[in-house]
Design a protein around this ligand. Structure first.
Ligand code: HXC
Length: 260
C-alpha cells in the first residue's frame, strides 16, 4: 500500500529554489486527492515564503504524473466528484504567483499533462510522453486541458489529441509549442534547476508582475492587456530593485536585488 502521507516531497536544491516532487511511483505518480492537497498546500507555502523565488515541479524517471487516480474515481458519482473539490485544489495550484517550472520525465498524461500545462515553463526529457487520454476511459479533461492545451497549440492540434487520446512525444510537444525545451532525460532536473536559479537571481517583483500580466493578459482584449502591462511596468519604478538594476548597469557591476 502507498503511504499517502508522503506523496509529495519538498527539496531545496539551491538558494531561492524549491523542488516539489510527486512521489507515488507505484501508481505512476497518479494524482490522488492527497497528492493534490499536498501540492496545493506546498505551493501555497512557496508563495508565502520570502525565501522562495522559483519553484520546480518534478516526478520520477517513469512518470511526471499519469493523470488523476483512476482507482479513486472509478466508482464515483456526480455528487462525489462535486464534493471532492478537485477544482479548488487545482485553482490553488495554478494560483502560485511565483514562476513554476515543470521538469517532465516519463508520462505526463491526463491530469499530469494538465499539471505540466499550468506551470509557466516546461522542460521535457527526450523520452517524455504527453497526452490527454481521458476520452479512452469515458471522460474528458477536467484540469484545464480543453482550454490550456488549445491555447498552447491551437484548436486543430488540440482536438486531434483530445479526441483520439493519442500520446505524443517530447519532440512533437516542442514542435507544437507545448514545451519550452527538450533535453536528455538525465538533464531534465539539472536544466530545470539551473533555469530556476537564474530566475531566482532576478528581481522577484519583476518576475511576479511579468507572470501576472502574461497570465491575465491571455484572457483580456489586447488594449486592456497592454494597459495592464504599462501600469505594471510603472509600478516597478517604485521598487528599489529597479533603482539597483539600472545603477548596477551604469556602474558596470553586478546588481544585488533584494525583492523590495
Ligand atoms: C491509477 C494508475 C494510473 C492512474 C497508472 N496506474 N496510471 N493508477 N490512476 N492514472 C497504476 C496502474 O494501475 C499500475 O498499478 C501501476 O500504476 C503501473 O501502471 P502500468 O499500467 O502497469 O504501467 P505501464 O505499463 O508502464 O503504463 C504506464 C501508463 C499506464 C501508460 C501511464 O499506466 C496508463 O495508461 N495509465 C493511465 C493513464 C490515464 O488514462 N490517465 C488519465 C486519467 S483521467 P498496479 O497496481 O497494477 O501495479 C484524468 C482526468 C480526470 O487524468 C479529471 C477529473 C478530475
Amino acid at each position: 500500500p502507498i503511504d499517502e502521507s508522503r506523496v509529495v516531497r519538498v527539496e531545496s536544491p539551491a538558494d531561492g529554489v524549491r523542488l516539489l516532487r510527486v512521489d507515488r511511483p507505484a501508481a505512476r505518480n497518479a494524482l490522488s486527492m492527497e497528492v493534490r492537497r499536498q501540492l496545493a498546500g506546498y505551493l501555497g507555502e512557496c508563495a508565502r515564503s520570502t525565501e522562495v523565488r522559483c519553484v520546480v515541479l518534478a516526478g520520477n524517471p517513469q512518470a511526471f504524473a499519469a493523470g488523476a487516480d483512476i482507482k479513486e474515481m472509478a466508482d464515483a458519482g456526480t455528487v462525489d466528484m462535486m464534493k471532492r473539490g478537485v477544482l479548488d485544489l487545482w485553482r490553488a495550484t495554478a494560483a502560485c504567483p511565483k514562476p513554476v517550472i515543470a521538469a517532465v520525465r516519463g508520462y505526463a498524461l491526463g491530469g499530469g499533462c494538465e499539471l505540466a500545462q499550468l506551470c509557466d515553463i516546461i522542460v521535457a526529457g527526450r523520452s517524455a510522453k504527453f497526452g490527454q487520454p481521458e476520452i479512452k476511459i469515458g471522460i474528458m479533461p477536467g484540469g484545464g486541458g480543453t482550454q490550456r492545451l488549445t491555447a498552447a497549440v491551437g484548436k486543430h492540434k488540440a482536438l486531434r489529441y483530445l479526441l483520439t487520446g493519442d500520446v505524443f512525444g517530447a519532440d512533437e510537444a516542442f514542435a507544437m509549442g507545448l514545451v519550452s525545451e527538450v533535453v536528455a532525460d538525465d538533464a531534465v532536473e539539472p536544466t530545470a534547476i539551473a533555469m530556476a536559479c537564474r530566475i531566482a537571481a532576478m528581481p522577484p517583483l519583476a518576475a511576479e508582475l511579468i507572470k501576472d500580466v502574461v497570465m491575465r493578459g491571455m484572457d483580456m482584449p489586447l488594449e486592456a492587456a497592454l494597459t495592464l502591462e504599462t501600469r505594471a511596468l510603472h509600478l516597478l519604478f517604485s521598487t528599489r530593485d529597479q533603482k539597483e538594476g539600472m545603477a548596477a548597469f551604469i556602474e558596470k557591476r553586478a546588481p544585488a536585488f533584494t525583492g523590495t
